[in-house]
Design a binder for this molecule. Structure first.
Ligand code: HEM
Length: 323
């Protein structure tokens, strides 16, 4: 075999990964696809910063259930009124309109070609870079799933009430490590958490009107000023990273070391030696590796359980499975 041939084979293998995704999958079928996703995501996120957090979180919630197959995007319908979108952890997802607008632009350009699963994976990355967050390569060629069940999302999306042992198990089931868990939790450097999720931590931790001792008393006092004890209040929220709420940086880890992690699932990352060591290193060492680590873990996450080839379908609209 000639050296040139060997090189060609090596290149093909290095570009196409195990699951059959490849860089520039739409190069000939829809050459402008990635450019359109990039341009439109940038427009939306530049206008409304919150969409960045919304899209990155949506990407995770998609990949956590049946792999990255856009199952999270399916609207409830007469034939299935309990899709993932209606599940409890997905009630506060935001950014669906961004994906729908991009899909509609792409359907005009290249009908039936670009999957919603790829649009979401690309838009999440482009949202991150729009707010000067990390960049990662997004190989494409994902197909859209044809099953979306609220029960699966309720069971599989990690809970903010979980301890680190459970979270590590949740991530292991997705093929992700304890390092991925702590690194990806670093996405909580942007975006918000709703008060109703932490009300028990603040006002009734063990059922005796007490506060979770793993929150610093000063921070708990501040949280109480933002999150009233009113059980019916479903609207109030706080930024998860109070230090630099809109900057994608390692300050989330500082919050966690200072007992200012918003959810139990954040605070508990200090209870495991590996996750704690990572957090402490990001905080203490000059020159955080968080951005690079985040890109690496996202690269793994966006490969989870992808459908390729003739599996699944290319949806016509992201909100509904083709008839
Ligand atoms: C470790 C398990 C995780 C748990 C238990 C968890 C839980 C939560 C919860 C409860 C919220 C607040 C939602 C709200 O009140 O509106 C939230 C927000 C968020 N999560 Fe996570 N999360 C986890 C991991 C991740 C991962 C892996 C990512 C992405 C890679 C991520 C990205 C985000 C972002 C960006 C927000 C802010 C959303 C917004 O402002 O709209 N989370 N998460």
């Amino acid at each position: 075999m000639t050296n040139l041939r060997l090189l060609a084979i090596f290149l093909i293998f290095s570009i196409a990964n195990a699951q059959g995704l490849k860089l520039g999958f739409y190069e000939s079928s829809c050459p402008e696809a990635e450019e359109i996703v990039h341009r439109m995501t940038k427009q939306y996120v530049s206008h409304v910063h919150n969409f960045a957090a919304g899209l990155i979180r949506m990407n995770f919630h998609d990949c956590a259930v049946r792999g990255c197959d856009a199952s999270v995007l399916v609207d409830p319908s007469a034939s299935n009124n309990q899709t993932e979108k209606t599940a409890i952890p997905n009630e506060t997802l935001r950014g669906f309109e961004v994906i729908d607008a991009i899909k509609s632009a792409l359907e005009k350009k290249c009908p039936g070609v670009v999957s919603c699963a790829d649009i979401l994976a690309l838009a999440s990355r482009d949202a991150s870079t729009t707010i000067s967050g990390p960049w990662w390569e997004v190989p494409t060629g994902r197909r859209d799933g044809i099953v979306s069940l609220a029960s699966e999302a309720n069971a599989l999306i990690p809970s903010p009430f979980s301890n680190v042992t459970t979270l590590k198990q949740n991530f292991a089931a997705l093929g992700l490590t304890a390092k991925d868990l702590v690194v990806l939790s670093g996405a909580h450097t942007i975006g918000v958490g709703h008060c109703f999720i932490i009300r028990n931590r603040l006002y009734n931790f063990t059922g005796n009107g007490d506060t979770d001792p793993s929150i610093s008393p000063k921070y708990a006092e501040w949280l109480k000023t933002r999150c009233p004890p009113t059980p019916s209040d479903m609207k109030s929220f706080v930024f998860m990273d109070r230090i630099t709420p809109k900057v994608f940086d390692e300050k989330y880890f500082t919050m966690v070391t200072e007992k200012r992690g918003l959810f139990t699932s954040d605070a508990t990352l200090m209870d495991d030696q590996e996750t704690r060591t990572y957090i402490e290193t990001q905080v203490k060492t000059a020159g955080s590796t968080f951005a690079k680590d985040f890109a690496e873990s996202m690269t793994k996450m966006i490969n989870i359980g992808v459908l390729t080839g003739s599996q699944g379908e290319i949806r016509k609209t992201c909100g509904s499975i083709n008839l």
